[in-house]
Design a protein around this ligand. Structure first.
Ligand SMILES: NC(=O)c1ccc[n+]([C@@H]2O[C@H](COP(=O)([O-])OP(=O)(O)OC[C@H]3O[C@@H](n4cnc5c(N)ncnc54)[C@H](O)[C@@H]3O)[C@@H](O)[C@H]2O)c1
Length: 334
């Protein structure tokens, strides 16, 4: 099947495109290169432009009439930036997505897979969240994801779209060929910072928050190998209609995680295990806006998509460290 992949020059999009190719599908990438690097679309059907450019969308569908589904990953994704620049987040993630959805429907391409986020869930003391857990996004970024989910649900209920909403937890690592990975020069996320400290590019890795109500006091996340995440999209594309039938609704929401919570200290230990040496750390206060964290209940992903993760935390960490070694060769910067 041909699959339109918006945001296909980005971290998850480029790797999802690889998984689609390996499964015999053809990705068609639409990306403005707002953040994703041009090197990540080499050799692929690629259209540079905005998701809300209706003329461009018409041209893409004209040139690829056999597009069978759209995976909509394109978005602004930096939580801290969204606090400082909410307008850009609501405009790009919400308003422009609305234009995209309307044009897809007009073009007779109603099958949509929307990239949402675990950040839409309300903070919870139980840590495990299922698709029915309370909603409570804590940042403009997370609210933009939730608003777009609601738009998708309303359009689907009106018969304009059929949609799978995938709520990703915390992807780490690279693809099996180490062609794509985290490309941001100054990563704000925990594993990116850990890799910098491990390579001596930082004095010490700051463990921000040691008084959370977790087993060792540090924040907890559900780190999913990005290749597992990419494979979930292949399952979603291939079983799209069957999943909607199972959900008995016009929209199906599915968590994509491992089902296991890992604390920051456990993540540090995983990096040390893979590297075979210790990583300098220092304890620091909680960062504003950080949540204690959560992990996914993945029953629905297993039952509806027939998908579950195959890779371990150590696999994901090893993949991220291997990509860090490889990155300069691919992108020209360490
Ligand atoms: N990385 C994560 O931890 C994570 C977690 C949960 C959900 N998600 C979601 O997954 C998706 C992909 O995230 P990512 O980490 O790969 O981010 P990314 O920034 O690497 O990729 C996003 C891509 O979208 C493109 N883009 C942004 N706005 C655009 C627009 N208006 N028109 C066309 N292209 C545009 C960017 O150039 C970039 O290549 C996002 O929707 C994000 O919200 C990511």
């Amino acid at each position: 099947m041909k699959v339109l992949v918006t945001g296909g020059a980005g971290y998850i999009g480029a790797i999802t495109a690889s998984a689609l190719e390996r499964a015999g599908h053809t990705p068609v990438i639409l990306d403005s290169l707002l953040s994703g690097p041009a090197a990540f679309v080499t050799g692929r059907h690629f259209y540079r432009g905005d998701i809300a450019d209706r003329g461009l969308l018409r041209r893409i569908v004209d040139e690829h009439t056999d597009i069978g589904a759209t995976i909509h990953l394109a978005a602004r994704v930096v939580v801290t930036e969204s606090l400082a620049r909410p307008y850009e987040y609501y405009r790009d993630n919400v308003a422009r997505s609305l234009e995209l959805f309307d044009e897809l429907q007009r073009l007779g391409k109603p099958r949509l897979i929307f990239s949402s986020s675990a950040s839409v869930y309300a903070p919870t003391e139980k840590f495990e969240v299922s698709e029915n857990s309370p909603i409570g996004p804590q940042s403009p970024y997370a609210r933009s994801k939730r608003m777009t989910e609601l738009i998708v649900e309303d359009l689907a209920a009106a018969g304009e779209l059929c949609a799978l909403i995938l709520r990703y937890f915390n992807p780490i690592g690279s693809d099996p060929d180490l062609r794509f990975g985290m490309y941001v020069r100054e990563p704000s996320h925990v594993l990116g910072q850990l890799v910098l400290a491990a390579h001596g590019q930082r004095d010490a890795f700051p463990i921000t928050g040691t008084d959370y109500p977790t087993r060792d006091g540090t924040g907890l996340r559900d780190y999913i190998h990005v290749w597992d995440l990419a494979l979930a999209h292949v399952a979603a594309v291939e079983q799209f209609d069957a999943v909607l039938e199972r959900s008995a609704a016009a929209t199906a929401i599915v968590n994509l995680g491992t089902g296991r919570g890992v604390t920051v200290r456990e993540l540090v230990a995983a990096v040390e295990t893979v590297l075979g040496r210790s990583v300098p750390t220092r304890e620091a206060p909680r960062r504003a806006g950080d949540a204690v964290g959560a992990y996914a209940n993945v029953d629905r992903a297993r039952e509806w998509l027939g998908w579950s993760t195959q890779y371990s935390l150590l696999d994901g960490v090893a993949s991220a460290l291997a990509w860090a070694e490889r990155r300069e060769h691919v992108l020209g910067y360490p």
